[in-house]
Design a binder for this molecule. Structure first.
Ligand code: NAP
Length: 339
């Protein structure tokens, strides 16, 4: 065990400004020990999520973050000491460790991640990407909320990100025509050439709305919305009657000053096009998780679902990795290998 516990503190909360390195501070603490009913965890891979930034704005599905605390975040972690019977040293768990080398957590809320979910030679990081929150969010959001049918047109925003890249591929597996929305021509080419999307549209282009309409001439049946804002508005106007929108997140609203106005067309277009909008949080589907993992693992094994991971080295680089994610640096699931 190392002698110290490096921690990244959220030194102060951004107040309507964009997240920057000045909001974080590296600190050193002693390694904690596990009390009754607790486990001591060594953090191995920290998950970088757009939601990390959303938590700084106020309460979401978890309480708001406060300045001066260890930055919150989930991680793949190894059990080092255990005072609960269902976990032993060496087990791998996904836990809310925060951005630090070591964390103590109540054991009751943790479960050992079954290595059985991994095929021979599959990296442990897949437990946090395709078999973790990203894969399950894509799976349930698309299939339970979007409910696509073969032959339908599916559009997904933040399409080259961790959730979006999996959404588009699952929609292809289900026989849909898939259009991804992402920033820049290079990401677009990756979506079509490597992941098999039918088309990609650059939302940063001044011609975005026209380019989108050209790719969905008959309209959109299912929209998986990761962004909200102007992208949401553009797709809303392109929806078909009786279309379904899975509201997964609002990336365009997390970082920096709030937008001048919300998407136009609400509620009018929802009525006239008879749209269904359904918001969801991945935990809503916990009871269906095993079946989803089985499907995901089957698609990975058959090569129908490509897993893209974007791994940054070193705990000290975690703030820059999150800032970069919010600025579109990542492809697929971004995480930090702690050491
Ligand atoms: N509901 C749930 O249970 C649940 C669970 C997990 C995640 N989520 C949501 O899923 C979404 C994706 O999160 P993630 O952590 O997987 O991040 P991610 O998609 O891997 O990365 C974020 C991407 O968003 C794009 N982006 C940034 N600002 C944008 C803007 N203003 N407009 C459009 N695109 C923008 C960037 O790519 P470009 O280069 O394309 O700009 C960036 O790479 C988020 O909304 C998150 O809150 C929801």
């Amino acid at each position: 065990m190392a002698d110290g516990n490096r921690q990244i503190l959220l030194d102060r909360l951004p107040q309507g400004d964009k997240l920057g390195p000045e909001h974080f501070r590296l600190a050193e603490a002693s390694v904690p020990s596990a009390g009754a009913g607790e486990v001591l965890l060594r953090t191995r891979y920290i998950s970088l999520d757009a939601a990390n930034r959303a938590w700084m704005q106020g309460a979401t599905y978890r309480s708001a973050l406060e300045g001066g605390q260890v930055m919150a975040g989930g991680a793949l972690a190894e059990v080092i000491q255990s005072n609960v019977s269902h976990l032993a040293p060496g087990d791998t768990v996904f836990a809310d460790t925060g951005w630090q080398d070591y964390a103590v957590a109540p054991g009751a809320r943790l479960e050992k991640l079954p290595a059985a979910n991994l095929a021979e030679g599959e990296p442990v990081t897949h437990l946090m990407s395709v078999y973790g929150v990203a894969g399950l969010t894509a799976y349930f959001g698309l299939l339970e909320c979007g409910r696509p049918k073969a032959g339908e047109t599916v559009v997904v925003s933040a399409a080259a990100g961790s959730v979006g890249s999996i959404v588009g591929q699952i929609a292809k597996i289900k026989g849909c025509r898939v259009v991804g929305i992402a920033g820049g021509a290079e990401k677009g080419r990756w979506l079509t050439d490597e992941l098999g999307f039918d088309a990609a549209v650059d939302y940063k282009s001044p011609e975005f709305k026209r380019l989108l309409r050209a790719e969905v001439p008959d309209g959109v049946d299912v929209y998986f919305d990761n962004t909200g804002g102007a992208v949401f508005e553009a797709v809303l106007f392109a929806m078909k009657n009786f279309g379904r929108i899975a509201c997964c997140g609002a990336l365009s609203q997390y970082d920096g000053a709030p937008p001048a106005h919300g998407p136009r067309g609400i509620p009018g277009l929802i009525v006239t096009k008879r749209l269904t909008l359904r918001g969801f949080v991945v935990m809503d589907f916990d009871t269906q998780r095993e079946a989803a993992l089985k499907d995901l693992a089957g698609w990975v094994a058959s090569g129908q679902l490509k897993v893209q991971e974007d791994i940054i080295d070193g705990l000290e680089n975690t703030p820059a990795a999150l800032i970069g994610l919010l600025n579109g640096e990542n492809r697929g699931k971004r995480m930090v290998k702690v050491r």
